[in-house]
Ligand binder design. Sequence first.
Ligand SMILES: [Zn+2]
Length: 252
Amino acid sequence: MKTRPEIPCEVCGYPRTFLAGLQWCSNCGWNRQTALSRLRLRSRIMAGVAACIVIGEAFLLRTIPRMGIFYLPLAGFLAAAVAIIPYREYLSLQRTSPVANNCPSPEVVASKLQRLKPQLRTSALLLLVLASVTDIGLFLAPGPWVDRIYSVGMLVAIVFFGRVLVMERRIAASYASTLARIVRFERRGRRGRTAIYEYEPPAGIPMTAKGSSLAAFSVGMTVPVLYNALSPDQSLPVPDFIFYRIGVEPPE
Ligand SMILES: [Zn+2]
């Protein structure tokens, strides 16, 4: 069975575009303005990061010329990539103009959104395994204990992502998909937020759960959710999955 790695737009059913934690529809323009302003902000921040790399490299060239020359190609490449890629992504969204020419009925969109299927992202899993192996190696390497602060910090991150993987696996092992509605956002820290969403498993009581910040969403929007059919209180919004790619299962 083939799965397409795409999630339909909640307005017109055309595949959504996902980029940098954002999503929008290039067909009907759903969420395009939010995505555009965030991509613009991102490209400005990344230009600042590129400037810092250039300044750092210039400083290195002045103080330790030998090291500076050694790192020159890397710094140049990094600064160019960091500055150019986000800017091009912003430009390419700005250039596309939405044309709603493909408008299936809301029922078709809803039925597509309810036929989602998770697929393990092997690359993310490999990255976690690689990080674990590297970290164990660093930790066991001889040397003073102070040198291990870095590997302990990395271990905390590995444990965090390992727990995310276990939770996602539990949902993916016996998943069912449904549409949830975002009811509110809770503030977390100064700029962070947590999405509170509601969904109703068939023949079950309505559930309320917490997601991540769901940057591309606002209150009242629907978000596709996968939940554990065996314990329907365990769920995750589709954009929150890290180790699984969620695609639409074609009808038989
Ligand atoms: Zn659309």
